[in-house]
Design a protein around this ligand. Structure first.
Ligand SMILES: [Ca+2]
Ligand SMILES: [Ca+2]
Ligand SMILES: [Ca+2]
Length: 254
């Protein structure tokens, strides 16, 4: 009887201690919730595996990573020694033995680039996704056209360009026309396993993006496949083991 009395007398103290602990932990719980809301959860990654006809969704490792090019090495001059390629503040710079040997035009705003053989001629080049000012199309019957200065008539549009080294100099080997769907990111890789590299593009489609796969046809690229639109970013290619072509991987914003 005395023991029960003691327990009954002690139970309010235990309840008080329990409530105090909850109140003490409350700031910790709130901090975790705020941190999660502010930083967001890691984006989910989605993969696409391709064959000669199409690409289909596949599972890929949920690793973090950026799809934007920063630096890389490839032999552009064909002498067997790799050049260093850097993308700095939207300008492409090529170095040979630490010495700058080429940089893109100042009016180009390069948002991404890929190293490889986009035009399937056995030589390595740079595939640039760039914005540059182009002459705006002004209606022929517009009375305002004659009053516009040349600077005012320019608009910045998205292009794919191929830069290569030929006959002792870096040149624009192929300057693609302005694209209707601006290019966000590019990759080069033989995703269908036929021995020829494809151009993989993350392009804007309204408020969303689409992943597209393009084949070089001799004087330009033709579309092989386009994904349904999604909130994609960070386009990369990931190895799928010996004998298998690489898999396209994109992060999906939640
Ligand atoms: Ca070289
Ligand atoms: Ca080439
Ligand atoms: Ca291929």
């Amino acid at each position: 009887m005395e023991r029960r009395d003691r327990e009954e007398r002690r139970s309010p103290a235990i309840s008080h201690l329990y409530l105090s602990s909850v109140f003490l932990m409350l700031p910790v719980f709130l901090a975790v919730i705020i941190w999660t809301l502010r930083t967001g959860l890691p984006p989910r990654r989605l993969g696409f595996a391709c064959d000669s006809q199409t690409c289909r969704p596949v599972n890929v490792p949920q690793t973090l990573g950026t799809g934007s090019f920063r630096t890389g090495a490839i032999d552009l001059t064909g002498d067997g020694v790799a050049e260093q390629v850097q993308l700095e503040e939207q300008q492409v710079i090529v170095y040979s033995d630490g010495v700058e040997t080429w940089r893109g035009l100042p009016e180009w705003r390069v948002v991404d680039l890929a190293l490889g053989d986009p035009n399937d001629d056995g030589r390595s080049e740079l595939l640039l996704a760039l914005w540059k000012p182009d002459a705006a199309s002004v209606p022929c019957d517009s009375t305002e056209a004659s009053t516009l200065s040349s600077a005012e008539a320019l608009v910045e549009v998205s292009h794919p360009f191929i830069i290569g080294y030929r006959e002792g100099a870096y040149r624009i080997l192929w300057g693609g026309s302005a694209v209707a769907d601006p290019i966000r990111e590019v990759e080069l890789g033989d995703v269908d396993g036929d021995g020829v590299q494809e151009l993989i593009v993350l392009e804007e489609r309204g408020d969303d993006c689409a992943v597209t796969v393009w084949r070089w046809h001799g004087w330009g690229f033709s579309l092989m496949w386009r994904s349904p639109p999604g909130r994609y970013r960070d386009l990369t290619l990931i190895a799928d083991g010996a004998g298998h072509p690489p898999i396209i991987s994109v992060a999906v914003k939640s």
